[in-house]
Design a binder for this molecule. Structure first.
Ligand SMILES: [Zn+2]
Ligand SMILES: [Zn+2]
Length: 260
């Protein structure tokens, strides 16, 4: 039995044979040609996944910049630790505010369309839609966030397999995700915390209210509550990690995901 035109198009969607839709955009949610691509980038209306473009700024890159001399002495260990603070901060903020997260990763690629991209897959599509709208009005570390729904449903499809085996010849300029790894310690922490929160949903709601007080609350009270929460969060972190955060580490209080 021969295929109809529509069936044929569906069967080649996003493959090399597809001359209409961009396979890179479908697989990785990003394409080096961006708007100038000769193939279509169909932004999804619904998706479980959002992308925050170029959100993570690697301390390694800043260290190489002319004004980043104070970072030049950072060890790989310190850079990784700062990265994990960033990861944890964004993960908990988004899960508290928008809903349960299935997966999150950050690209370590050097090319502009993937560098520092943060991908978050929520359990529910409506949470992703809400996050994509809201995050576009917010800032992180004094930089505006650019967030979109993203077509990537399976993170494994977007990842560079050669990179995972330590054999990608394209280095940072590869067009598939080179995911920046996080420690087992952080992985376990996120999994544990997420599980306990979604087992006691009501508790997680009240906690999130505590961190993000309602607008009508008197300012000094709100400030005090934010402070104490932030302080106890820092203490939690120190306890979990068994030591104080590195010097120069920006705490949650100084780097909130604030509204623009
Ligand atoms: Zn493209
Ligand atoms: Zn690669």
């Amino acid at each position: 039995m021969s295929m109809s035109g529509a069936e044929y198009l569906a069967s080649i969607y996003g493959t090399e044979k597809d001359k209409v839709n961009c396979s890179f955009y479908i697989k990785t949610g990003a394409c080096r040609h961006s708007e100038r691509c000769s193939r279509k980038h169909n932004k999804p209306q619904y998706s479980q996944t959002v992308v925050m473009q170029n959100m993570y700024v690697s301390q390694q890159n800043s260290a190489k910049s002319a004004d980043g001399s104070h970072l030049a002495n950072m060890s790989d260990h310190e850079i990784q630790e700062q990265f994990e603070y960033f990861f944890e901060d964004v993960f908990f903020e988004c899960e508290d505010k928008y809903g349960e997260i299935e997966e999150m990763c950050v690209c370590d690629n050097q090319c502009d369309h993937l560098r520092g991209n943060v991908y978050i897959k929520f359990r529910r599509e409506e949470d992703a839609v809400k996050a994509a709208e809201d995050l576009n009005n917010r800032w992180y570390m004094f930089r505006p966030i650019y967030c979109d729904l993203c077509p990537v449903a399976d993170f494994r499809e977007a990842c560079c397999r050669q990179f995972e085996m330590g054999q990608c010849g394209k280095g940072g300029f590869c067009n598939f995700w080179h995911v920046k790894p996080i420690s087992h310690h952080l992985k376990n922490l996120l999994a544990r915390s997420s599980r306990s929160r979604y087992r006691h949903r009501s508790r997680s709601r009240s906690r999130s209210r505590e961190r993000y007080p309602e607008k009508h609350e008197p300012k000094h009270e709100a400030k005090h509550r934010r402070r104490s929460r932030s302080r106890s969060r820092d203490r939690d972190r120190r306890e979990r990690r068994g030591r104080a955060p590195p010097k120069g580490m920006v705490t949650t209080e100084e780097s909130p995901l604030i509204h623009k």
